[in-house]
Ligand binder design. Structure first.
Ligand code: 13P
Length: 336
């Protein structure tokens, strides 16, 4: 394991003022998003939309890495430059989603296990050669009656650690993403408790499997009430509970935490991160972002309406707002 390379890549991904763009929607998810804004989904429309985003000027100050899907890492910019090569030329690390999706967990209706360990070593080797320097694997945890089960927590944390170990062997920094979903009517305390459990089990598996914690990034959910919970709390409460949960459950060796947005509004995702970074609390890890929808929702809409430039402006704006949130310097009035 090239510990020096892993630690350097991880540190660069969470460098001051920077975070990650998650543009790794599977073909199915990206196609649904295109169809929802009236665009015919195809490999070419997916390429055209994403290459326009990647060609935006000036976003390197806010984005250190871009997570790609297998189709995209093999595609080219309009001028024929391979996308990973283009991103690297802008000083941005190409990353790659390496799981093959969350599937039904046997005998546990409503729960999922993320697959993709078979052949993972060979895929990582190929992606590294194509220029990827980090990877992502997303586990999905649902809160509900009798959920999550021990089976769901233990199988997913075991798989996350196996994935992390293989990535590190192949020179890729693994982003470990155990996502506790916002779906449901559970309260914020339930989200806290479940997030704490899955984090504990994941680090426990990582320890057993010899994962080098200084060379990983964690991509967790924030501590939020379920979508249909009537007690919405406040932004301050979300920020405080999230930092408390992470302080209790993330080892100090982990260099960075890059949140997912998970269906929060653009502005909530920025405001929550900003509040966490503005708190007068010493924490050993960087608190950053790896947002998908919260960086790109408006950019997709404007692109679908026919304006490449408006789409790039929308993306740059959200990237800049989140960059400010890295240091607690975002203000609502800047976000017009
Ligand atoms: P969202 O920020 O849209 O939740 O996506 C992040 C991600 O990569 C989920 O796996």
């Amino acid at each position: 394991m090239d510990v020096e390379l892993l630690e350097r890549t991880a540190a660069e991904l969470v460098a001051s003022g920077k975070g990650v763009l998650a543009a790794d929607e599977s073909n199915g998810t990206m196609s649904n998003r295109l169809a929802a804004v009236g665009v015919e989904p195809s490999a070419e429309t997916r390429r055209s939309y994403r290459s326009n985003i990647f060609a935006t000027t000036g976003y390197e100050t806010a984005i250190s890495g871009v997570i790609l899907f297998d189709e995209t890492i093999r595609q080219k910019m309009d001028d024929g430059t391979p996308i990973p090569e283009y991103l690297a030329s802008r000083g941005i690390h190409p990353g790659i989603k390496v799981d093959t999706g969350a599937k039904e967990l046997a005998n546990h209706p409503g729960e999922k296990i993320t697959e993709g360990l078979d052949g993972l070593r060979e895929r990582c080797e190929e992606y590294f050669q194509m220029g990827a320097r980090f990877a992502k694997w997303r586990a999905v945890i649902r809160i509900g009656e009798g959920m999550p089960s021990l089976a769901c927590l233990s199988t997913n944390s075991h798989a996350l650690a196996r994935y992390a170990s293989i990535c590190q062997e192949q020179g890729l920094v693994p982003i470990i993403e155990p996502e506790v979903l916002m779906d449901g009517d559970h309260d914020a305390q339930s989200c806290y408790d479940v997030t704490a459990s899955v984090l504990k089990m994941t680090w426990d598996e990582c320890k057993k499997q010899g994962v080098h914690l200084k060379g990983v990034l964690l991509k967790p959910n924030m501590i939020l009430p379920g979508n249909s919970c009537s007690d919405r709390g406040s932004r301050e409460k979300v920020a405080k509970m999230t930092v408390d949960c992470l302080t209790e459950n993330v080892p100090s060796e982990v260099p960075g935490i890059v949140f997912l947005s998970g269906g929060q509004s653009d502005e909530d995702a920025t405001a929550h991160l900003n509040l966490m970074n503005a708190m007068d609390i010493d924490h050993p890890w960087e608190l950053s972002y790896s947002y998908g929808r919260a960086l790109l929702a408006r950019a997709l809409q404007t692109w679908a309406q026919g304006s490449s430039e408006a789409s790039q402006n929308a993306f740059r704006h959200r990237a800049e707002m989140n960059s400010l949130a890295r240091t607690g310097d975002w203000r609502e009035e800047l976000d017009t």
